[in-house]
Design a protein around this ligand. Structure first.
Ligand SMILES: NC(=O)C1=CN([C@@H]2O[C@H](COP(=O)(O)OP(=O)(O)OC[C@H]3O[C@@H](n4cnc5c(N)ncnc54)[C@H](OP(=O)(O)O)[C@@H]3O)[C@@H](O)[C@H]2O)C=CC1
Ligand SMILES: N[C@@H](C[C@H]1CC(C(=O)O)=NO1)C(=O)O
Length: 328
């Protein structure tokens, strides 16, 4: 029996989840839900209905997991607790500083409903979080570094699109080469947030918008831009389509640490990603965790989880015996 999946929110990530479901034979996309007029939203999977989000109030018997693909800045803080009270859900919430409060709100709803919610799924937070945890547990004496890009952060681009007067945005995250070199040299540098990355925004503004006000709102935005040196360029829709149609990204987690009674031996753990499509890769991570969430709820689990709480075997379509035979 296939795992029956719904998608709420059909943007970059929603499309990425759609393509990921098509690559997993045990998953079936039942419907895409949108807050817009469904007639204006065209999906690429034959036979999949597009429904108004309100329809979700009565489809609990038709879906095993609902994947929430809204924006972290303003959509998911409302949508995830709302739908955690009705469905097993997975979201990609990535406002790191606010994950604890998001977890608490979702956990209360999921526990009351007897459902499983998995929040902050993707690659950062997500796969990078897991690798930071593994590396810290294996090398307790050491230092962590995370670098992203150069690439398009969907979370930061979404946050800028929510500003009044902004029609579209691509935000590029750029690692500071000097900082990467210092880390790779093994000198274990102390680096501030500002010393590790810069941010560059390409913005299409609405006709007559106050550009100075938009630039200031971007640069002072807490959790997203206020701790970074940020450059803002205003461009036309044509330039956006011509020069910024891709959504590549990537990055790496590095931990350098020491072992031995005299701390005489140095080790480096590195996990890196090179992504042609940030949303498609993120969608693939999310779909694997949607499989886990469905299974965990069927085993009687409920409440909010993060990637730290999910045993890896739950992610795989392979049986425990196959995993032991082929992946150990
Ligand atoms: N944890 C991680 O590693 C990652 C997390 N993310 C998260 O994913 C979130 C979503 O990113 P992304 O999909 O790029 O954001 P988008 O702006 O593409 O989509 C966000 C929502 O906006 C609505 N929307 C999409 N297109 C339009 C349109 N043309 N007109 C009006 N509304 C539209 C959709 O909702 P509706 O259909 O209801 O209108 C959609 O769910 C980010 O905020 C980020 O936080 C992304 C990548 C990695
Ligand atoms: N959550 C990020 C995924 C990575 C990329 C990133 C950044 O460039 O700041 N932080 O985390 C996204 O929305 O793309």
């Amino acid at each position: 029996m296939s795992i029956r999946v719904g998608i709420l929110g059909y943007g970059n990530l929603g499309k990425g989840v759609e393509s990921a479901i098509a690559q997993n034979d045990d998953m079936e996309l039942k419907a895409v839900f949108t807050r817009r007029n469904p007639e204006n939203v065209k999906v690429r999977t034959a036979g999949v209905k597009v429904l108004q989000a309100d329809e979700l109030s009565h489809m609990q018997d038709e879906l095993d997991v609902l994947i929430l693909c809204g924006g972290s800045a303003t959509d998911l803080p409302v949508q995830t607790p709302q739908y955690a009270s009705m469905y097993n859900v997975v979201d990609s919430f990535d406002t790191h500083a606010r994950i604890p409060e998001h977890f608490a709100a979702v956990d209360a709803a999921a526990k009351k409903a007897g459902k499983v919610s998995l929040i902050s799924c993707g690659w950062d937070p997500g796969m990078f979080s897991l690798n930071r945890l593994y590396a810290n547990c294996v090398l307790p004496e050491g230092k962590d570094y995370t670098f992203w890009g150069k690439g398009v952060s969907q979370g930061h681009s979404d946050a800028v699109r929510r500003i009044e007067g902004v029609k579209d945005c691509r935000q590029y995250t750029i690692p500071v080469e000097k900082a990467v070199e210092a880390v790779r040299s093994g000198s274990n540098p102390e680096l501030t947030t500002r010393e590790k990355h810069t941010r560059e925004c390409f913005v299409v503004a609405e006709e007559g918008a106050d550009l100075a006000k938009i630039e200031n709102e971007i640069k002072t935005m807490p959790n997203y831009f206020s701790d970074y040196d940020t450059t803002v360029h205003f461009i036309t829709e044509e330039e956006m389509k011509r020069d910024h149609s891709g959504l590549p990204h990537g990055g790496m987690v590095i931990r350098t640490g020491v072992t031995g009674m005299e701390k005489e031996h140095k080790h480096v753990i590195e996990y890196s990603l090179k992504l042609d499509s940030n949303p498609e890769f993120t969608g693939s991570v999310i779909v694997a965790y949607a499989r886990a969430v469905s299974r965990m709820n069927k085993e009687g689990m409920s409440g909010c989880k993060t990637v730290f709480d999910v045993a890896p075997a739950y992610l795989s379509p392979k049986s425990a015996e196959e995993l032991r035979a082929h992946m150990l």
